[in-house]
Design a protein around this ligand. Structure first.
Ligand code: SF4
Ligand code: SF4
Length: 461
């Protein structure tokens, strides 16, 4: 079959060494895609392109040219990557890291045409690397938050070694992941190696993020963090110290958390005075629950007044799940829910809270990270959090990848499943494997309704 004939895969046998030959093939294809697909004979208006480093630039150029000519809106490009399945959970894609930035860019501008699909030569869809790697380096936590069962007071001896963690950070960079979140079950700054990991993430050109309870943020630690390209979130659940202390079960926790915000803001000011615009982003993360419904709006204002950059809000989630065969089964913690979910008597106050949040969003813009749509979603969540009522499906299969402190690869933190040991397999080979594909199908029908900000819920059709 001739290169570019209907049904064939362009560059399937590789890109010709001669630039003239590759260009001639390219020109023929782009010209054939000029007309509207609707009126084209079957197979025309659609091109299957085997991408490799030698023709990546041509692919980018073809897409740009189609957009400029206006043919981009109707043409269809199936970009195929060569892949080999070495095992059920091990798929190798040669030169993937090299091609990811361009493929990501093309994907981001897909709305401008042409219609782009990404696939693997082994017959599955290709998934770009997730936007972030969540890497948990330890599980130590000194708090006793009322909604959490994750805390550990002694370091797990099975935790990954610093070398393992550095290896995974390097792999994330080579694979094309732009952000590493160094937070999992524990307090990241209780790991003595944390500043070094953040520095390494930055050296490799990635953004780092951490979520902290604020206790370990001394002035010295704040100064170190202010020198990084970093987004820090401090978990604070009450505008008053007393409310926060009651929720996290530790006296003075509120004082430490708000003090951490002040210290980070001051450290950033110092850093900017000496080294120019700093790259530290300072945020507050809070969970709406019975004890703080009346304080959330004031908490947003306090964070703003102190000089923070934003507030993440999410509703308390007391759902658990387990995997049974192909299905995911949901179980709500009814006992905890009885004391932590907003009470029926708070219904009116809760309604007012969401009105306040919408006004705040209009007034403060993205300082309040939740969009108006998301605020509406939270309002509905507290009425009926079933998947049917919420009309949601989950995107963690494409947008999230975590490695816990023992090295287990976790598609999400809410379900007790893992896809092997990242210390042995790494993360890249697993992500596009057949095994991970099956997990994505399970995620598509997951009955839990996690509204965590990072999980990017989308509506079901
Ligand atoms: S700080 Fe995080 S890990 Fe610690 S108890 Fe609270 S929610 Fe759990
Ligand atoms: S909805 Fe998504 S994040 Fe939540 S448990 Fe299911 S798969 Fe995990």
């Amino acid at each position: 079959m001739a290169e570019g004939a209907p049904g064939s895969i362009l560059f399937e046998r590789g890109t010709p060494d001669s630039p003239g030959e590759a260009l001639a093939v390219y020109r023929r294809i782009v010209d054939s895609l000029r007309g509207p697909v609707a009126s084209a004979p079957a197979g025309e208006g659609r091109v299957r392109w085997r991408v490799d480093p030698a023709n990546l630039g041509l692919l980018s150029r073809a897409v740009g040219e189609l957009r400029e000519r206006g043919g981009g809106g109707t043409a269809k490009l199936e970009v195929q990557l060569l892949a080999e399945d070495l095992a059920d959970d091990d798929t190798r894609i040669p030169n993937e890291g090299f091609m990811v930035p361009t493929l990501r860019r093309l994907r981001e501008r897909e709305g401008e045409g042409p219609e782009l699909s990404l696939s693997l030569s082994v017959g599955r869809p290709y998934r770009l690397p997730p936007p972030a790697l969540d890497l948990s380096t330890n599980d130590l936590c000194g708090l006793r938050c009322n909604m959490c069962g994750n805390r550990a007071s002694r370091r797990d001896p099975m935790s990954m070694s610093p070398d393992d963690i550095r290896t995974l950070i390097r792999e994330a960079a080579e694979w094309g992941i732009p952000r590493v979140s160094l937070t999992g079950a524990g307090e990241p700054l209780r790991d003595p190696g944390m500043q070094g990991y953040i520095a390494l993430v930055n050296e490799l050109g990635m953004l780092a993020t951490i979520t902290s309870n604020g206790f370990p943020i001394s002035e010295r630690v704040a100064d170190e963090l202010a020198a990084r390209e970093l987004s820090v979130s401090i978990s604070i659940h009450g505008v008053t110290e007393a409310t926060h202390d009651a929720i996290v079960g530790i006296p003075t926790a509120g004082e430490h958390a708000w003090r951490a915000i002040r210290r980070l803001v001051a450290a950033r000011r110092r850093a900017r005075a000496t080294a120019g615009p700093g790259k530290l982003s300072i945020n507050v993360s809070t969970v709406i629950q019975r004890a703080n419904v009346h304080e959330i709006a004031a908490l947003v204002r306090r964070a703003r007044d102190l000089g923070a950059d934003g507030v993440n809000i999410q509703p308390i989630n007391l759902q658990h799940g387990h995997v049974r065969g192909e299905a995911i089964v949901r179980r709500d913690d009814v006992l905890l829910g009885a004391s932590l979910l907003p009470s029926p008597e708070q219904r009116e106050r809760l309604g007012r809270l969401f009105e306040e949040l919408i006004s705040l969003r209009r007034e403060l813009g993205k300082f309040l990270h939740a969009s108006e749509d998301r605020i509406e979603l939270m309002r509905r969540y507290f009425v009926d959090s079933s998947r049917e009522a919420m009309g949601l499906s989950c995107q963690v299969g494409e947008r999230f990848l975590a490695v816990d402190h023992r090295g287990k690869i976790k598609p999400c933190y809410r379900l007790p499943w893992s896809v092997g040991d990242a210390r042995i397999s790494g993360i890249q080979r697993v992500w596009n494997s057949a095994a991970y594909g099956r997990i994505r199908r399970q995620i598509d029908s997951c009955p839990l309704t996690c509204l965590n900000n990072c999980f990017f819920r989308k509506g079901t059709s």
